[in-house]
Ligand binder design. Structure first.
Ligand SMILES: C[S@@+](CC[C@H](N)C(=O)[O-])C[C@H]1O[C@@H](n2cnc3c(N)ncnc32)[C@H](O)[C@@H]1O
Length: 564
């Protein structure tokens, strides 16, 4: 209830404030509709108040009526109780009469008995009277209390109403004051606007006059500038004419100079190419010599046997007639030139010869690859040959090379060379540390061969590793280990075939594997073998490998690093 009262008051206040605000705004703007809306809002507020007063009056009247009904009910109650009283008294009298009858029957029984009966009668009469008076008192008290409460509430309501009306009067007064103030502010504003208007008109006239004066000055200045521009344009045209003449002369001089320069450069370039080719050849051979000496020195330090072997080789070389050496050199140069032309090679390539296959053998090998178009080449001992083989496969547009190397650093440098020449997709260089490989009763330090190709997959096997310095008959396990992986028409190429170990190795292979047949040599130190599985010596197929040629076991041990 209290909450509703507060809401009503707030609503009334809001309406009063809105009405007053609208009146002020309407007056300030001179808007009759806004003022009318304000007045309507205030009128609605006053109407609301009147309705509220009327509601309160109705409530008071209802309360009075209810009070009157309560009083009537109390009087009826009082009238009803005397009847009960009369009945009680009648009953008492009847009882009394009975008692008297009994008393009369027993006249002489006892005076005290009569007295007690009389006392009882008196007590009952007293109780009946007390009941009557208490009922009346309670009913009347309740009715009076209710009446007093309702009168109090009525008075409080009336007091609140008066206070509201007083507040409303005060606010109406305030609103009238505000309206009066708003009117005076509006008057002041109107005056100020009028003054501002006349000031603006005066300023506009002044600016206009100033602009006219400025335009006149500008006109005079523009005429001067135009004249200046005419003079400048004439000067520029004269300058442009002079520039054209000079530019033409300069162009002729430059053209002559360019022709002279081009002729000079062409002559110089021809001379440069010839001398660069000579120099490159010389440098290549010197670098090859230095490289092989350095590697030979390192290898010699690690393996005395290899050192002795190289020494013998050098001695035998020194006995070769000079004329033969000259012929050999010319052949190698020619082979290298043909190799480059055949594969359309551009840019420098790693050196051939020395530790790598010689150019003549390389040329023959590349020709073999171009002719037979092998799908799978396996190379034991990677290096420059891997690059030329991959270039040949690229030219074929098919086939892949898997090259194994026991030294990670050389495997890596070969990989880089392949990538640098854009043939990495045709060749894979795998690091294959040397492990103990038992063939018959002998053990060799030979490749671990990770992921070797499957049976009958190899079309071309190139045996150019491990280097001789890694142990006697270092390359012997190649065929015993990989014979089954060779295709039935595969080719096996063996480099360094003129060395004593390799000669023995080839003899032993041929003896153990009759399907292998010696083919044409590629150059002076490279042998070939071809596989022909149709060869049958026992009428049932290939002759079983003799003792010492079968792979018994392959035991891993720490990688062996020994030079060629
Ligand atoms: C006879 S070479 C093999 C070379 C390769 N088949 C070729 O003809 O270019 C044997 C070993 O020499 C090592 N080697 C590779 N590149 C080398 C280089 N630039 N200098 C010295 N040794 C190298 C490798 O460890 C390789 O297994």
């Amino acid at each position: 209830m209290a909450g509703m009262m507060t809401t009503r008051r707030l609503l009334g206040l809001a309406m009063a404030a809105a009405g007053v605000a609208l009146l002020i705004a309407g007056t300030l703007r001179g808007s009759t509709p806004v003022m009318l809306i304000g007045m309507v809002v205030l009128g609605m507020l006053v109407g609301g108040l009147v309705v509220a007063v009327l509601q309160r009056a109705i409530v008071v009247m209802n309360l009075a009526a209810a009070t009157r009904a309560d009083v009537d009910r109390a009087l009826m109650l009082i009238e009803a109780h005397p009847a009960q009283l009369k009945r009680a008294m009648a009953e008492a009298e009847a009882t009394d009469r009975g008692e008297r009858q009994k008393l009369r029957v027993a006249v002489e029984t006892s005076i005290s008995g009569v007295q007690n009966a009389l006392g009882e009668k008196l007590t009952r009469m007293g109780e009946a009277q007390a009941l009557q008076s208490s009922i009346m008192t309670v009913a009347l008290g309740q009715a009076l209390e209710t009446l007093a409460g309702r009168l109090q509430a009525l008075e409080a309501g009336l007091a609140g109403l008066e206070a509201h009306l007083a507040g409303l009067d005060a606010r109406v007064e305030q609103a009238s004051d505000s309206l009066r103030e708003a009117g005076s502010v509006q008057d002041q504003l109107r005056r100020l606007m009028l003054e501002g208007n006349s000031l603006a008109v005066r300023a506009y006239r002044d600016i206009h006059a100033a602009l006219d004066a400025h335009a006149e000055t500008l006109g005079t200045a523009t005429t001067g500038i135009d004249a200046h521009f005419v003079g400048q344009r004439a000067g520029q045209e004269a300058l442009a004419e002079r520039f054209d003449v000079q530019a033409e002369a300069a162009e002729q001089v430059l053209r002559r100079l360019g022709d002279d320069l081009r002729d000079g450069l062409a002559r110089q370039a021809a001379a440069d190419v010839a001398s660069r080719n000579r120099a490159t050849e010389g440098v290549e051979r010197v670098v090859a010599l230095i490289e092989s000496l350095r590697k030979g020195y390192e290898a010699d330090k690690q393996a005395l046997k290899a050192f002795t072997h190289n020494e013998k080789k050098l001695r035998s070389l020194s006995r070769v007639p000079l004329q033969w050496l000259k012929t050999e050199t010319v052949r190698e140069v020619e082979a290298l030139m043909q190799l480059r032309e055949l594969l359309g090679t551009e840019g420098p390539t790693p050196l051939l010869g020395g530790w790598a296959m010689d150019p003549e053998a390389m040329l023959s090998l590349v020709e073999l690859v171009l002719e037979r178009k092998p799908r799978c080449i396996v190379e034991l001992g990677s290096g420059t040959s891997s690059l030329w083989l991959a270039m040949a496969l690229k030219k074929n547009g098919t086939g892949r090379l898997v090259s194994y190397d026991h030294l990670g650093e050389y495997a890596e440098s070969t990989r880089k060379a392949l990538e640098a020449h854009g043939v990495g997709a045709f060749a894979q260089v795998r690091a294959a540390p040397l492990v103990d490989v038992a063939i018959g009763e002998e053990t060799y330090a030979w490749y671990s061969l990770p992921d070797a190709p499957g049976e009958g997959e190899i079309d071309l096997l190139i045996v150019d590793g491990p280097p001789g310095g890694t142990g006697p008959m270092a390359r012997f396990p190649a065929i015993p280990r990989l014979f089954d992986q060779l295709r039935e028409d595969a080719i096996v190429v063996v480099d360094d075939a003129s060395r004593p170990d390799e000669k023995t190795m080839l003899d032993r292979w041929e003896a153990a594997f009759p399907a292998l047949r010696r083919g044409h040599a590629l150059g002076t130190r490279t042998a070939t073998l071809s596989v022909s599985r149709s060869v049958r010596t026992d009428g049932a197929g290939e002759r079983p490998a003799p003792e010492g040629a079968s792979v018994d076991s392959q035991r891993s041990k720490a990688p062996v690093h020994r030079a060629k």
